[in-house]
Design a protein around this ligand. Structure first.
Ligand code: ADP
Ligand code: MG
Length: 245
């Protein structure tokens, strides 16, 4: 479903992604782990074209976003981009818009479907993340966990084929991570294809079917989560896991 090959990205002199390659199949839940500064966010942001890469290829369902460093035409990019939804560490909700307005904004701007359809879909998704009663409140009235559940609902509005999460629970108080992880588990159970950058090793082990360890802009090791997390082969993976447990 998603094919990434030889992705390269530098910020000035700093090489942040060095020939990153991996594949995601339909229904995969891929956990990406690795130390801070290893390029995880840049990698995810590159997939949704929030960063321009310097070389390599990204294809979704066999259609190239970028082919050997050359980006597809805007029309094609738009179409492929709509297949991916992203959830950020800091929620990125619009503070001046109500919860439901946050959900319907993108479909409205993209003129996909009617206002009634957007509202119905929005309310359906708020019910799914357990926030039916919050449709009309401003994000400031919500807890961090609730905000992140809204952000997940928003990412689902356009029925993406792949959901990307960048440390979705890292900004939350520990007691609020569970409700967000539960929503993500439910999505996995419904066979949503997901890529999750996370420090939640338990989630990676229990929910993901693939794990990737990144360090210093490279994929050091990948495999089944139980294998990678309990029996890592590479010294850098061992050192990282040792540090975090
Ligand atoms: P991670 O998400 O694994 O912590 P990032 O992808 O955020 O790593 O960052 C990788 C490296 O790229 C870091 O050294 C970071 O400082 C640098 N970096 C990230 N974004 C930018 C940017 N917009 N400009 C310059 N350097 C950046
Ligand atoms: Mg990051």
């Amino acid at each position: 479903m998603l094919e990434v090959s030889n992705l390269k990205k530098s910020f000035g002199q700093l090489e942040v992604l060095k020939q990153i390659s991996f594949e995601v199949n339909k229904n995969d839940v891929v956990a990406i782990i690795g130390p801070s500064g290893s390029g995880k966010s840049t990698m995810l942001r590159s997939l949704v074209h929030l960063e321009e890469i310097d070389g390599g290829s990204i294809a979704v369902d066999g259609e190239f976003i970028v082919n050997d460093g050359v980006y597809s035409k805007p029309q094609q990019l738009k179409k492929i981009a709509s297949k991916m939804g992203m959830v950020f560490q800091h929620f990125n909700l619009f503070p001046h818009l109500s919860v439901l307005e946050n959900l319907v904004l993108a479909p409205k701007l993209l003129k996909q479907g009617s206002t009634t359809e957007h509202r119905e879909r929005g309310l359906e998704l708020l019910a799914k993340v357990g926030l039916s009663d919050k449709a009309d409140v401003l994000p400031a009235k919500l807890s961090g966990g609730q905000k992140q559940r809204v952000a997940i609902a928003r990412a689902l509005m356009r029925n993406p084929e792949i959901l990307l999460f960048d440390e979705p629970t890292s900004a939350l108080d520990p007691e609020l991570t569970g409700e967000v992880l539960q929503v993500m588990k439910d999505l996995a159970k419904e066979s949503m294809t997901m890529i999750v950058v996370t420090h939640e090793m338990e989630f990676a082990r229990d929910v993901a079917n693939k794990a990737i360890f990144m360090d210093n802009g490279e994929i050091i090791e990948s495999g089944s989560p139980s294998e990678l997390l309990t029996n890592p082969k590479r010294d850098r993976t061992k050192a990282f896991l040792h540090r975090t447990v």
